[in-house]
Design a protein around this ligand. Structure first.
Ligand code: THU
Length: 164
């Protein structure tokens, strides 16, 4: 037996003023996307904005349902609509933020495992890392370059991967 250490790297910003103009705009768009969140059950709004290489941006927000598991996270709402609208689009970066009146969110919220798995599939498909910005409305931002840093043990089985 041997134990193996994995290292992940992420960037930490104290506030969005430290970001590039492009990243700051994307965080602000994610904040704007919170307005469309349909979250009457959790009362936890999540918003995302995705920047394509073409310059186009897509928004997403969490969409809940009275049959709880039928709802979908903000990230997958946006990613799947890109899959429909721009099946060959290349994603450069995405920003994610959250808001609730129920308590104070003091740290950037990070995406759930299912959303990370979907992000990883888009990354595989485009063969290029996706930058992810997790933005807390207090200003703090975490940034990673590539989903591997977030999901090092991503599920992938080469014999199941679609030949594109
Ligand atoms: N949610 C997201 O939109 N993204 C995530 O990565 C995690 C959770 C949503 C799902 C649900 O509507 C609410 O947040 C509370 O879990």
């Amino acid at each position: 037996m041997r134990s193996i250490d994995l290292n992940i790297t992420y960037e930490h910003y104290a506030n969005i003023e430290e970001l590039s103009e492009t990243d700051k705009n994307l965080c602000e768009m994610a904040e704007k996307a919170l307005e469309s969140s349909y979250s009457p059950y959790s009362k936890f709004r999540v918003g995302t904005a995705i920047q394509l290489e073409s310059g186009e941006t897509f928004l997403g927000s969490n969409q809940e349902n009275v049959a709880y598991p039928s709802g979908l996270c903000a990230e997958r709402v946006a990613l799947f609509s890109i899959g429909v609208m721009h099946p060959d689009g290349v994603i450069e970066s995405m920003a994610i933020t959250a808001q609730t009146n129920a308590f104070e969110i003091t740290k950037p919220i990070t995406s759930c495992g299912a959303c990370l798995q979907v992000m990883a599939e888009f990354e595989m498909k485009q063969n290029r890392p996706i930058q992810v910005l997790f933005y807390c409305l207090n200003g703090e931002v975490l940034k990673v370059n590539g989903i591997k840093s977030l999901l090092p043990f991503v599920f992938v089985e080469d014999r199941l991967v679609a030949s594109l």
